[in-house]
Design a protein around this ligand. Structure first.
Ligand code: PBG
Length: 333
């Protein structure tokens, strides 16, 4: 062969040809430190309630939550996210149980902080849906519309209540306008200068939240949808406006939710703003992998890891995922 141009000089398969070489050129590596583990809390002692629509996920009483937090710490997971299943008799039109310093969230937060201190971060969700009798995230007017500014008033109190219990990261998931700034102000006034805000900045009105609503017990209560505050899945530019607003109002990090269907938003957010971006791989996404693996679509762990590394490739600093403990165990071998 005399004409060397016959051969491809650049062969991308060269660096793929061996295990060591693939390891050497790998661009993104998922570690347990990339994971935030959402956990559901229920009343009682020594209670574990499996959630049918979320295979492998349970609600735990506060003692069990402390055990899960310890497990997370031991696996190298830096942070857990807490969600309460509020007893039916404590749900009300105005969600006032959210302000009770002795509610499930506060008791779980205190118990974790007493046991583990700064060995693990505790992220608490700010929104009223686990506490309202109607399952909406805010206060309703006579027509059933969620009132923005009246809701802000109660959300700031909810955030303060959580911070007083020891929450490290306040995560408003309500999608009211102005909430990040309002919460930042009350935190500063109360000397919670180092309590972070991770804003659910671009939260879509998604069909993927069903199993979560079962988990916190709001699903059966919810009438209608959340489209007057959560975003239209068709919109991308609007997500960047939400993110810009939240950063301007003092968010330390931003979140895109759901995850995999919104990788373009994650990529644009990271490229445009250079802030820590997190994805929430939500309940329906998790349940679909479980259902797919059970139906023989593919190997469970391979499906799980491929989806999780996609978030890192898109630009995420971390992922909230129900797979957190399983993935950390997989990574740690
Ligand atoms: C509450 C909230 C929801 C989720 C997180 N916080 C549900 C909703 O907005 O209806 C969904 C998480 C998941 O599906 O895993 N505001």
């Amino acid at each position: 062969m005399t004409n060397s141009s016959f051969f491809p000089r650049t062969r991308l398969r060269r660096t793929r040809s061996t295990v060591w070489s693939r390891a050497m050129v790998r661009e993104n590596i998922l570690t347990p430190a990339d994971l935030i583990w959402p956990l559901f809390i229920v009343e009682g002692e020594q209670v574990e309630e499996p959630i049918a629509s979320l295979p492998g996920v349970s609600r735990w009483s506060v003692d069990g939550i402390v055990e899960r937090a310890t497990e997370a710490r031991d696996l190298g997971i830096p942070c857990i996210a807490l969600f309460p299943n509020t007893p039916a008799d404590k749900r009300s039109d105005d969600g006032s149980e959210a302000l009770n310093p002795d509610n499930l969230m506060c008791r779980a937060t205190k118990a974790i902080k007493d046991a583990l201190g700064d060995d693990i971060g505790v992220l608490t969700d700010v929104a009223l849906d686990p506490y309202t009798s109607h399952g909406q995230d805010g206060l309703l007017d006579d027509t059933g519309y969620v009132m923005n500014d009246r809701t802000l008033d109660i959300l700031t109190k909810q955030a303060l209540n959580q911070a007083a219990a020891g929450a490290d990261i306040i995560a408003p998931s309500d999608m009211m306008d102005g909430r990040v700034g309002a919460i930042r102000d009350v935190l500063e006034l109360a000397n919670h200068h180092n309590v972070q805000i991770m804003a659910y900045s671009a939260k879509y009105a998604s069909a993927f939240y069903g199993p979560f609503r079962d988990a916190v017990g709001s699903g059966g209560l919810l009438k209608g949808d959340k489209k007057t505050y959560q975003m239209d899945p068709a919109n991308g530019d609007e997500a960047l406006r939400e993110i810009a607003m939240d950063i301007a109002e003092g968010a330390d990090s931003v979140m895109i939710k759901p995850g995999l269907a919104y990788l373009d938003i994650i990529y644009r957010a990271k490229t445009e703003f250079n802030v820590p971006v997190f994805a929430y791989q939500v309940s329906g996404e998790y349940a679909l992998v479980k259902a797919g693996a059970a139906a023989g679509v593919g190997d469970h762990d391979a499906l799980m890891m491929e989806k999780l590394v996609a978030f890192k490739r898109a630009g995420c600093s971390g992922i909230l995922t129900y797979f957190a403990a399983d993935a950390a165990r997989f990574i740690n071998g």
